[in-house]
Design a protein around this ligand. Structure first.
Ligand code: ADP
Length: 190
């Protein structure tokens, strides 16, 4: 199996690149942000609770997102592999993901980490806010909170995967196809 952690701050381009990777390598895309937004749309209890946190740019509790990923892994027993997008975001999530994959006799193959400076991220997210109407992209304070959450709680995960020789960092500034080519090369050399 090919299991990819697609990593980077909000606005780094994870979703865009995931679209190419799922087609090229026949993978299943698991975005915790997308799953949470669909829960909100459906008005579930989980969605309503998550919305309060997401609207403030704060992380949703680990157990909630871990449960979501667990059920998605169970729903797709015969996949070629998965792209984890926006997950894991904390040490606890990373450890639980390892356990879940271990139960399937598989593991994370690689972490692809897109790097983009804060100023560019804010610019991209505000533009996405206008284009998509996403509430958490429309307010600079919320965006700043998300970047702070990323810097404090999520960035340390690079070390977690670096220690396993799985971390690859890619400059996330450039054309979409340039970046996609770089990601393909890394995967093809694994
Ligand atoms: P972005 O990467 O642009 O912030 P996402 O769609 O990945 O967008 O996430 C949106 C929000 O959903 C986050 O700010 C957070 O509140 C919540 N969220 C998504 N994934 C996780 C996760 N793995 N752990 C905790 N909260 C999450």
């Amino acid at each position: 199996m090919l299991n990819i952690v697609l990593f980077g701050p909000p606005g780094a381009g994870k979703g865009t690149q995931a679209d190419f990777l799922i087609k090229n390598y026949n993978l299943i895309h698991l975005s915790t942000g997308d799953i949470l937004r669909s829960e909100i749309k459906e008005g579930t209890t989980l969605g309503l609770e998550a919305k309060k946190l997401m609207d403030n740019g704060l992380l949703v509790p680990d157990d909630v997102v871990i449960g979501m990923i667990k059920s998605q892994l169970e729903k797709n027993p015969t996949s070629n592999g998965f792209i984890f997008d926006g997950f894991p975001r904390t040490q606890k999530q990373a450890k639980e993901l390892d356990k879940l994959l271990n139960q399937k006799s598989t593991s994370i193959s690689v972490m692809l980490s897109l790097t983009v400076d804060d100023q560019e991220l804010i610019k991209r997210l505000l533009k996405r806010g206008i284009d998509s109407g996403r509430a958490d992209d429309q307010n600079e304070n919320i965006i700043t909170n998300r970047i702070n959450e990323y810097n404090i709680k999520t960035t340390p995960l690079k070390d977690y995967y670096r220690l396993q020789n799985k971390l690859h960092e890619i400059n996330g500034i450039g054309s979409v196809s340039e970046i996609a080519n770089k990601l393909n090369q890394i995967i093809d050399n694994l």
